[in-house]
Design a binder for this molecule. Structure first.
Ligand code: AMP
Length: 281
């Protein structure tokens, strides 16, 4: 596995090794890898002849510096996992390289970035699209892989790729969960034991919502069920419940007549967790 620490290094490495028939699959991550990330790598291996992963904790998508500083890191363990999974190349860039001095260019999906979870984290999706567009230009992949756990992020990136005509196919990968249902996340290690136990309420609420959806029901009944369950967990501080029609991402209301996506975010102490599920009637 080749490890590149600068843009010029990865560009020369790709130029030297890429055959005309090769396809590149990109897996962008912020490191501190777990089985959710590895599911993305596995899909990339299945789809592309060359897999490139990136490890970069992108400052521009964090609101508070404390959240950025607290983000867990373990580069040596990440490299062992990526190598074992058969990744060809890893890019671990510096911030000075990604955001050159005097940098003033941003990429933003102006509507989508500022609705739903974007209201809980102002500027977050602008940071994501800005860095992902740069990674796309650096690596020039054929495919890029993103988790469905970050449902809105996946939609934002698909919209950016469509609008800016990136010749890249975006592939969403289903959420990988712990045995009790908690969505795997690098942030989970920051949860003290009691919060870790309480955090299961997010996936439980989504499971109960899916049960309810099997009967004739309404969006507001689903919303009430979810809020009731999460609010009854004293360690959870609910930030948002967003229920949207899967096809338009517009807020859903009235009877449940077609597939919806439910997006949850809640604070457990100072850790913000998110989860999502798509549900068909
Ligand atoms: P992150 O390192 O948290 O920025 O995540 C990098 C990529 O892995 C993103 O596309 C995430 O959506 C995806 N990802 C994170 N957690 C999971 C999970 N539990 N299951 C599937 N994909 C995930």
């Amino acid at each position: 596995m080749i490890v590149c620490r600068s843009i010029s290094e990865i560009r020369s490495s790709i130029a030297a090794s890429k055959k005309p028939t090769d396809t590149i699959g990109l897996v962008p991550t912020m490191g501190f890898l777990h089985n959710g990330h590895m599911a993305l790598v596995e899909q990339a291996k299945a789809k592309a002849s060359c897999v490139i992963a990136t490890i970069y904790v992108n400052p521009s998508q964090f609101g508070e510096a404390t959240d950025l500083d607290a983000y867990p890191r373990n580069e040596s363990r990440d490299l062992v996992m990526l190598e074992a999974a058969g990744v060809d190349t890893v890019l671990i860039p510096d911030t000075g390289d990604i955001y050159p001095e005097g940098d003033e260019t941003i990429v933003e999906t102006t509507r989508l970035a500022n609705t739903l979870h974007g209201k809980v984290r102002p500027g977050h999706f602008r940071g994501v699209t800005t860095v992902v567009a740069r990674l796309f230009n650096i690596v020039q992949p054929d495919f890029a892989f993103f988790g469905e756990k970050d449902f809105q992020q996946l939609q934002v990136i698909k919209r950016m790729v469509r609008d800016l005509h990136f010749p890249i196919q975006i592939i969403g990968v289903p959420t990988v969960r712990e045995a009790d249902g908690l969505a795997m996340s690098s942030r989970n290690v920051r949860l003290p034991e009691a919060d870790r136990a309480a955090a299961v309420v997010l996936s439980q609420a989504l499971t109960q919502a899916a049960h309810l959806a099997r009967q004739e029901t309404t969006i507001s009944a689903i919303d009430d069920l979810i809020r009731g369950m999460i609010n009854s967990e004293s360690r959870a501080d609910l930030s948002a419940v967003d229920i949207v029609w899967s096809d338009t991402l517009e807020p859903a209301q009235g009877p449940l007549t077609k597939p919806i996506a439910i997006m949850l975010s809640a604070q457990f102490g100072d850790v913000l967790l998110i989860d999502q599920r798509e549900i068909a009637p």
